[in-house]
Ligand binder design. Structure first.
Ligand code: PLP
Length: 389
């Protein structure tokens, strides 16, 4: 075949990406071994039945056509209302654009603020697709680590040191995947200050905002930040709709108007009947409270079972769908730990180092399993920790 573009070839450089343990565990489970999968971030339950019924009604009701490029007006209204709640800033429909999932909202944000060769700063540990999203824009990026001992909170001084002449944006994620850290107001105020003084965009991935422990603070609400913050949002986690591909980007109306052209050349709008189901799900809050309560319950059950274990320390783990455990006192090489834990106890976890240096010596536990399964996994961890040589 003729040569593909270097742009597409470079999005994900070949090599190891830390998912080897997960894929091996999956194969063993498929082969019939009683493996507990705590390595992925998709719900173990289906979308709320009311949302499914709304979608069936929309299909039967003839919603089979193209939709307006920025989204059906009623859907933009509903998303703007949720953005108002999420960010604490009154948001109107012209400040949101509908995208097929939070990932596509992130893609639109990165394409919208970075030219080729521009520079961005990414706070680590971060969600695995971030580097590829910058590479797709042919942008350069610097990873600034947080510290486990500091609960993985971002440090404005360390971030400011990474600012260059061509830096245009900082990307953060709170509540965080993979650490479960919920960024504090003070940490975000420090970041906002850096953004204002260096005239930077702040890209704020808040897809887990309903699953936070404590107060969710959006940097969009901080003084002078609404004009330079782009919030990535999604129905995947909050409404139990990962496979439906529904997200949105919130930002200044003039910027959002430009991103409509991205929808023109990529998706040409969202699926009609899915949009109508989403309007119902957003306006009625289908599943939101139940899902948040379910994850809060799971987090409490799992962390209670883990706290007090010798040589295992909980870090971050305040919100989102994950818990982060420091296991370096048992085995400093987290990848070795993850393989040995899978072999000995048939529990699949993600090695922390696959999310960046700060999470080395840790394992990420996905809370996407019922409470009894999480209790059993914690028991297996206790047994493994006490017998590991
Ligand atoms: N951002 C973060 C931090 C995530 O963890 C995910 C998915 O796991 C996404 C964005 C993308 O979510 P979606 O495209 O399903 O909305």
């Amino acid at each position: 075949m003729p040569k593909p573009s270097s742009r597409i070839s470079n999005i994900i450089p070949s090599g190891k990406d830390g998912w080897e343990v997960h894929f091996a565990a999956w194969q063993r489970k498929e082969a019939g071994e009683p493996v507990i999968m705590l390595s992925v971030g998709d719900h173990d339950f289906d979308t709320p039945v009311e949302t499914v019924e709304a979608c069936v009604a929309a299909v039967r009701g003839g919603h089979h056509h193209y939709t307006p490029l920025p989204g059906i007006p009623a859907l933009r209204d509903a998303m703007a209302r949720i953005s108002t709640q999420c960010t604490g800033v009154e948001t109107t429909a012209d400040e949101v654009i509908v995208t097929p999932g939070g990932q596509a909202a992130l893609y639109a944000a990165v394409q919208g603020v970075l030219d080729r060769g521009d520079h961005a700063i990414v706070v680590a540990p971060y969600y695995a697709t971030y580097p590829g999203t910058f590479r797709a824009a042919e942008a350069d990026f610097t990873v600034v680590e947080t510290r486990a001992a500091n609960g993985f909170q971002p440090d404005a001084a360390a971030i400011e040191k990474a600012v260059r002449k061509n830096t245009r944006a900082i990307l953060i994620n709170t509540p965080n995947n993979p650490t479960g850290a919920v960024y504090t107001r003070a940490a975000l105020e420090g970041l906002a200050d850096v953004c204002r003084r260096h005239d930077l965009w702040l890209l704020s991935d808040e897809v887990y905002w309903t699953l936070g422990g404590g107060e969710h603070v959006s940097p969009r609400a901080l003084p002078g930040m609404a004009e330079r913050t782009l919030v990535i949002n999604s129905m995947s986690k909050s409404h139990g709709m990962t496979g439906w591909r529904l997200g949105w980007l919130t930002g200044p109306a003039d910027f959002i108007a430009l991103t409509v052209n991205l929808n023109l050349v990529t998706t040409y709008g969202l699926t009609d009947f899915v949009s109508h189901a989403a309007i119902e799900a957003l306006n009625n809050g289908y599943g939101v409270r139940e899902i948040a309560e379910r994850y809060a319950g799971r987090r409490t059950v799992f962390l209670d079972a883990v706290r007090g274990m010798n040589d295992v320390t909980v870090r971050g783990s305040e919100g989102g769908m994950y818990a982060m455990l420091d296991i370096s006192a048992i085995e400093p090489d987290d990848e070795k730990f993850a393989w040995a834990f899978l072999d000995a106890e048939k529990v699949a976890v993600m090695p922390g180092s696959s999310f960046g240096e700060a999470a080395a010596g840790h394992i990420r536990i996905s809370l996407c399993q019922p409470e009894d399964v999480l209790r059993e996994a914690a028991q297996r961890l206790r047994r493994f920790a006490s017998s590991y040589r």
